[in-house]
Design a protein around this ligand. Structure first.
Ligand code: ATP
Ligand code: MG
Length: 565
């Protein structure tokens, strides 16, 4: 490609409404333009990058034996009523009405359509397992579209669906899809983790999210430095401490802490570490209030709490009035010592091995010191209640956990029979009996990957594409071509020579001053830059610089070719 014939539309100003780096750089590089909230036009430059991603996804899906197809993006209401999701999907579903007053939605995902396809097409167990996929535009009326194409309303997704007779077959295909995803993100040149995701009722290893590690990520993930263990923060197990609870050494005392309510205030006032304090949360259980006790420096994990039998899925803190009525004290002075018997006391594993700890006394302005479980306070049950923190042991026994932020770029999920049952998608088994199929689904956010890669790889000058995603691998920059015909000719010849070798090259023949030209090429992230100048021509060399390097070096043409191969 010759830049003189391309539409390169870089801008210098930092767009005011762009909150994160990738959004700013995509706008500045001219990859995308906003049409309306959550709707973006992909320019020729942006599309070149997205197509690279798409192609790698397609190749690896094909390699894994998945079959590409294309479903309509507009889907009839009736189908969504069969699964109950016309109502349940909520406000993200964009509903539309045609001229005959028939209702449709713009597909946010395609489980309904593919299961309808499968119930009509698949008749026998002999046709299974089978995986279908498409790469297609989705629309979700996101509550808060933001960060450009990272969380858009219209976006490009690869969605795949597998059909099986048995759970074993699903598990096999799931593993194959997982491996295909590992290949895709490795080929794309991204630093990522496959993270065990919370699956609600399904459990097990039935769902993984593929997360690109980047500070701007919306998800907190915990990963081991000694193994490939990784999990969403909500899910990562905090192992029980190996140490035993020491025997009580001191007597229980009640001390005045007139205005000290938070762990920080109490520990500073009493000169004990937060690790030696127990904090108590009173939450609304299924059957009255429940006390959750944690070590002072730990945070409650709402998802783990939601899994306790005593609590509803989404537990809510008790109000000040409820707490006062139940204990006689206000929040900030609650503790397990002397709590009414009607309130179960669920103690986190780490809090359970404390002895001689500090806690609220259930009297305003008073805390206990020297408190001990069993001797002074009831333990109804010990459970994993807290979120893991940096430095915790990895639950798989290998290494130490670190917490990082991640951008979800892919999701694999063992769906089971939910959709096939709702739509009555059956095949006959070996005995000729109809059986409801079991399904898996596997998504990749193709357009989000483009932004995620930029979040992970950029510097002050702009984007640093991994080779596999770059719009072109090499930029040939010609200095002053309009005035020095020999330089123009040499630039053209080099461009031809590289292109003939199959190296994707862009020729910057716009005749810009060197500074502006280099700034553009760096901003749009081209991995390799070669400068053709009068001086270089005289010396018989080319000036080469990798995007990630800070210095240029002189290379002969042969050296350049071998470096790029
Ligand atoms: P999120 O939690 O980020 O909303 P999701 O769980 O709703 O994602 P899935 O339904 O699993 O996402 O969709 C598959 C993939 O599509 C996601 O892994 C993500 O990469 C991408 N994706 C989802 N929503 C958006 C969006 N609004 N904009 C861009 N990509 C998206
Ligand atoms: Mg979502």
């Amino acid at each position: 490609m010759r830049l003189s014939q391309f539409h390169l539309a870089t801008v210098k100003e930092v767009p005011a409404d762009a909150e994160i780096t990738s959004h700013r750089l995509m706008l500045r590089a001219g990859m995308i333009r906003r049409l309306a909230s959550g709707l973006y036009t992909w320019s020729p430059l942006g599309l070149r990058v997205m197509r690279k991603v798409e192609q790698i996804v397609r190749e690896e899906m094909d390699r894994a034996g998945a079959l590409e197809m294309l479903m309509p993006s507009i889907q009839p209401k009736e189908l969504w009523e069969e699964t109950g999701r016309w109502q349940k999907f909520g406000d993200q579903l964009l509903k539309i009405t045609d001229r005959k007053q028939q209702e449709f939605c713009y597909g946010p995902t395609h489980e309904e359509v593919i299961t309808d396809f499968a119930r009509n097409e698949l008749k026998s167990y002999r046709q299974l397992p089978i995986v279908f996929y498409q790469i297609q535009t989705k629309f979700r009326d996101e509550f808060r579209p933001r960060f450009g194409v990272m969380r858009a309303r219209e976006f490009l997704m690869k969605d795949a669906y597998s059909f099986h007779l048995s759970q074993e077959s699903l598990a096999e295909t799931y593993a194959a899809m997982y491996q295909a995803y590992v290949r895709i993100f490795t080929r794309l040149g991204l630093t990522f983790r496959a993270v065990q995701a919370d699956t609600g009722a399904i459990g097990g290893n039935a769902s993984h999210e593929f997360q690109v590690i980047a500070d701007a990520g919306e998800d907190a993930i915990a990963f081991s430095d000694g193994s490939d263990y990784a999990a969403n923060l909500e899910k990562a197990e905090a192992l029980a401490p190996t140490s035993q609870r020491p025997a009580p050494a001191i007597a229980l005392q009640r001390v005045d802490t007139p205005a000290q309510k938070t762990i920080a205030e109490v520990s500073a006032f009493l000169k004990v570490s937060p690790q030696q304090c127990v904090k108590t949360l009173l939450v609304r259980g299924r059957d009255g209030l429940v006390a959750l006790c944690l070590r002072g420096d730990h945070e409650i994990n709402a998802v783990k709490a939601g899994k306790l039998a005593e609590l509803p899925d989404e537990s809510v803190l008790a109000s000040e009035e409820e707490i006062l009525a139940a204990t006689g004290a206000r929040p900030g002075f609650i503790g397990p010592v002397g709590l009414p018997d009607s309130i179960p006391v669920i103690v986190d594993r780490d809090a359970a091995v404390l002895a001689d700890f500090v806690c609220g006394a259930n009297v305003d302005g008073i805390h206990c010191t020297g408190a001990n479980w069993d001797r002074d306070a009831r333990v109804s049950r010990i459970a994993d209640l807290r979120s893991v923190v940096d430095g915790d042991l990895s639950p798989d026994g290998n290494g130490v956990l670190h917490i990082a932020r991640g951008i979800e770029v892919g999701h694999v999920f063992q769906l089971g029979r939910k959709y096939a049952e709702a739509l009555d998608a059956t095949v006959v088994d070996e005995t000729g009996k109809p059986q409801v199929m079991t399904m898996g689904c596997y998504g990749i956010g193709v357009s989000r990957i483009v932004a995620a890669a930029i979040e992970q790889r950029h510097d002050d000058a702009g984007i640093i594409w991994p080779e596999a995603m770059a719009p072109w691998r090499v930029a040939v920059c010609v200095i002053n071509p309009k005035n020095v015909p020999a330089v123009a000719a040499a630039g053209e010849a080099l461009y031809q020579a590289l292109s003939q070798r199959g190296i994707e090259t862009v020729l910057d023949d716009r005749g810009l001053r060197a500074g502006g030209m280099f700034a553009d090429i760096e901003l749009i992230g081209i991995p390799h830059r070669v400068v053709v100048s009068e001086r270089g021509l005289a010396a018989g060399t080319l000036e080469y610089r990798a995007r990630e390097d800070s210095e240029s070096r002189a290379l002969s043409q042969e050296e350049l070719f071998s470096l790029l191969h």
